[in-house]
Design a binder for this molecule. Structure first.
Ligand code: NAP
Length: 675
């Protein structure tokens, strides 16, 4: 059989494995399937290619340009999934495992594309938070900007999700505008490399945006500086070794680690045997133990239940595990495939022996015949369930990650005890609690959230749509404190920020406006000789301003508005009661009446480039408006964001000013405008 050559892609060239490359063996048959590794790769050239070509070309684009490319990439990969599934069988997974990896990875790219277009500007700079007032008169202010790092993102990935694990890092890096060098784990590198080839074949991203190291990273970590990032996923021991590289420490190179985790799941005290929550709990634990043969960083390793129900829980779990067929992952009846390699199996068995010293084996003694394969060749094992002898005295159970289908049931007495026990993992990626009792849920959150990157609550009300204990979602933060690595990935725009530098910027409003590509209050405005609603998106400039004529607000207006809308709150209707209120000098106009009058003052009624008013932000009523006061409006173009081929969003800064020149209200108005 011809072996797959897992090539590297460095400096624009594909490089074959060297003669001494590592052989990758099928997890199913034990036969060699691929060759990976080349000790002589020129890492300096790889980094330079990224920095000279990939980085500048990516930074030339806006967030939206890059987000659209990600969308096209996800679509492109979506048409080539079958090839990745086929290659993945030799890693031991079933088709549903491959879908989590491949479809999950593609879905993650789609979400980053959508979030990039919705939550990031169509610009090269991201503004983080509001303008900070640093001076009495506003001539000196501050804001925070984020810009892409100018180095390279080195992504070192674990073997268990060769596609998802790669794409969940590539998408935020590329969206940020930072080129990537991907280093997949050798054991499943043939799948990751095939996906990288597809990314390059798509020709969507500029030269140097994505490179691939198959095999060792050589001296790459010794070459990095303050503009580079390492995003690592793998074991705690490898993370420790890599993050201790003197050059990484010397240059304060960002190092994000996602490492192993003793994730817990807790059955609430309200979830008695036979309840929908009990059944749901059993189902989730079975899924987590057997998906990817338990080789998931988020898999449930420790299963907590009230002491009185641990026996029934063990019976239900053992019965469920007994129904899962282990064997050739290509066979339709098989529910669990193999571990990635025989070495991994040996590691899992050794670690489960440690757990066995503190627990009783409930099922999975190893005397089993996997379906359709030679058990001597592949890396198959039966799922193993243990019950702890003493949850408090146990050490290995709370401290040993057997990265395979091995979990332990432990009993707890009450919420305090449950929280203390789950926290014994020393920092985890996720803890789940299956309960319908809001008080128990809240108590668990207060007592344990600090130890876990994600808390997942589920019960009969949410189970129909819940996404599963073990699924990191691109919208939500993935990572955890302590043992889990102390890192944080995903989480929407938060994940993009790992590849950017946040910089505090101080200066005059005019300077800040230019830097932030957003009009900052106090910066110069241009009064137009045309109504801005007659100008298309492209013609509008930041700072373009319309100042309206004033309008007097009468008592009759207030009464008409009150009776028309039904808002007869006493502050608008009863002078004595209003005066007794510390906020009002007497009867005052409704805030919503002022907003409506403001619209009446600034709107240009004819059909034109303004397509719709889509909302307003940060509305503040700053001063009451009494009968016979007048208001006028200043409407200023604050920010523009391209939305699609037809229209973009304009954010207008709106000020309402009274007859004395005092601000009475301020808000941001959003409209969709044709180009
Ligand atoms: P690993 O052995 O620690 O390897 C992780 C990555 O580090 C691989 O790409 C590996 O490459 C690379 N590596 C090892 N030594 C290196 C060195 N000296 N220089 C540069 N790179 C080096 O972990 P694994 O066995 O692949 O994955 C299993 C572990 O990952 C489990 O502990 C699991 O909990 C954890 N994991 C965590 C997450 C998470 O999100 N927190 C996700 C998945 C997995 P080679 O393969 O070529 O050695």
């Amino acid at each position: 059989m011809t072996l797959i050559e897992v090539n590297s892609f460095i400096g624009g060239q594909w490089i074959s494995p060297a003669k001494d490359a590592a052989q990758i063996k099928s997890a199913v048959t034990g036969q060699p399937v691929a060759l990976c590794g080349h000790a002589g790769l020129d890492m300096a050239a790889a980094r330079e290619f990224a920095i000279k070509h990939g980085g500048p070309a990516l930074r030339e684009m806006t967030f939206h340009d890059r987000a659209y490319k990600l969308k096209d990439l996800a679509t492109y990969l979506g048409t080539r999934k079958q090839e990745l599934y086929e290659l993945s069988y030799d890693t031991g997974g079933t088709l549903s495992d491959h879908k989590i990896d491949v479809d999950g990875g593609i879905g993650t790219v789609y979400v980053f594309s959508a979030k990039g277009r919705r939550e990031l500007p169509d610009a090269q700079i991201y503004l983080d938070g509001e303008v900070e007032q640093l001076s009495r008169n506003g001539s000196f202010q501050g804001l925070h900007i984020c810009t892409p790092l100018q180095g390279v993102a080195v992504h070192i990935n674990a073997y268990n999700f060769p596609v998802w694990g790669m794409l969940e890092k590539l998408a935020p890096s590329l969206l940020a505008g930072v080129p990537c060098i991907v280093k997949p784990a050798t054991a499943t590198s043939q799948v990751a490399a095939a996906c990288v080839r597809m990314i390059l074949d798509s020709e969507l991203f500029p030269d140097g945006a994505v490179q691939l190291i198959s095999g060792s990273t050589g001296n790459l970590l010794d070459l990095l500086d303050c503009q580079d990032v390492v995003s690592f996923t793998g074991s705690a021991s490898t993370a420790l070794m890599l993050r201790s590289t003197p050059n990484i420490l010397r240059n304060s190179v960002r190092f994000t680690a996602e490492q192993d985790s003793l994730n817990a799941s807790v059955l609430g005290p309200d979830a008695g045997v036979g309840s929908p929550e009990f059944d749901l709990f059993v189902k989730e634990v079975l899924t987590e133990m057997t998906t990817k043969a338990g080789q998931k960083c988020t898999a449930i390793r420790r299963i907590f239940a009230p002491e009185a129900v641990t026996r029934e829980l063990c019976d239900a779990l053992a019965a469920g595990l007994g129904r899962i067929t282990v064997g050739d992952p290509r066979l339709p009846d098989v529910g669990m495939g193999a571990l990635v390699s025989r070495a991994q199996k040996a590691d899992v068995l050794a670690k489960s022996d440690l757990i066995a010293s503190e627990a009783d084996l409930i099922c999975g003694d190893g005397l089993f015949a996997p379906l359709g394969v030679d058990p001597e060749q592949g890396a198959f094992m039966a799922p193993r369930l243990y019950r702890a002898q003493d949850a408090d005295a146990a050490k290995h159970i709370h401290g040993t990650e057997a990265f395979g289908p091995v979990s332990t049931v432990l009993g707890y007495r009450d919420a305090n005890h449950a929280a203390a026990l789950i926290n014994r993992g020393g920092g985890s990626l996720v803890a789940s609690v299956v309960t319908r009792d809001p008080k128990f849920a809240a108590e668990m959150a207060v007592k344990s959230a600090a130890y876990h990157g994600r808390l997942y609550f589920n019960n009969r009300d949410s189970m129909g749509e819940s996404t599963g204990h073990g699924s990191p979602l691109p919208h939500m933060v993935h990572g955890g404190p302590g043992r889990a690595g102390g890192g944080e990935e995903l989480g929407g725009v938060r994940g993009v920020m790992h590849y950017m530098q946040r910089t505090a910027v101080q200066g005059s409003p005019e300077i800040l406006s230019a830097v932030a590509q957003t009009w900052v209050p106090g910066a110069p405005k241009q009064t137009l000789d045309r109504h801005p609603f007659t100008l298309g998106f492209n013609a509008l400039q930041l700072g373009d301003t319309l100042e309206t004529e004033p309008r007097i607000v009468t008592l009759e207006d207030i009464e008409t508005f009150a009776h028309f809308t039904g808002d007869t709150f006493y502050a608008h209707m009863d002078d004595t009661a209003a005066r007794a209120n510390p906020f009002f000098p007497g009867r005052v106009a409704h805030g919503y009446l002022l907003l409506s009058f403001a619209a009446g003052l600034f709107v240009q009624p004819d059909p034109g480039p303004v397509l719709a008013n889509t909302g307003l932000n940060a509305l503040r009523f700053q001063k009451p408006v009494s009968p016979d006061d007048s208001i006028k409006v200043q409407l200023t173009v604050g920010h523009k964001t391209r939305r699609n081929d037809d229209y973009g969003e304009v954010r207008w800064h709106v000020l309402l000013i009274n007859q004395d020149g005092d601000q009475v209200a301020e808000y941001e108005l959003m409209t969709m405008n044709e180009y």
